[in-house]
Design a protein around this ligand. Structure first.
Ligand SMILES: [Zn+2]
Length: 178
């Protein structure tokens, strides 16, 4: 499979100056690809995917969905999901995001699988999304501090989720519980 080249990179990776020393970057062939490198301090931009984690939370006979309150896809119902912070294990990301978005207390993350694909917001930006399930050990389904809507959807009759990463997580979870 052909990898994206510099001209395919998302806008956020269109660096012109070295983030370390401010020198204008040069384009050099390095490890088989054109990359941007600082001629002064030798810093190289290696573009990386965004890393996120999503979580399936079985609760009261269904699974927990939250309603998205920002664009793109404003208003859709989805599994709790968020970016992994630097240094954070994706399993901990899944628990943290699940707790922040639902009000529930979670434990025992179980890996379901991962997806790799383009972002819906910018198809030139790739996402690596880790799927987990987790057990509810406390708290209450109150939604986030920011007032996000939450609900429990029956696993057998719920609407298909929009995002591929979440469809995969739900399918893997269904396979485990069959
Ligand atoms: Zn530099």
């Amino acid at each position: 499979m052909a990898l994206p080249t510099l001209t395919d990179y998302p806008e956020r990776y269109d660096f012109h100056f070295c983030p370390r020393c401010g020198t204008p970057l040069a384009t050099v062939l390095l490890h088989g690809m054109d990359r941007r490198r600082c001629p002064a301090c030798r810093w190289v931009h290696f573009a990386l995917p965004n890393v996120a984690a999503t979580v399936v939370i079985p609760y009261q006979g269904g699974i927990v969905l939250v309603q998205r309150d920002i664009e793109p896809d404003l208003g859709i119902w989805h599994l709790p999901i968020g970016h992994a912070e630097y240094g954070e294990d994706p399993a901990d990301t899944a628990l943290r995001e699940g707790e922040e978005e639902t009000g529930l207390k979670l434990a025992q993350p179980r890996f379901l699988g991962y997806t790799h694909g383009p972002s819906y917001g910018d198809p030139r930006l790739f996402y690596l999304v880790f799927g987990f399930s987790a057990h509810v050990v406390g708290g209450a389904l109150t939604g986030s501090d920011e007032g996000r809507n939450v609900r429990v959807a029956p696993l057998d009759q719920m609407e298909p989720l929009k995002w591929t990463s979440q469809q995969a997580a739900v399918e893997a979870f269904r396979d485990l519980t069959r």
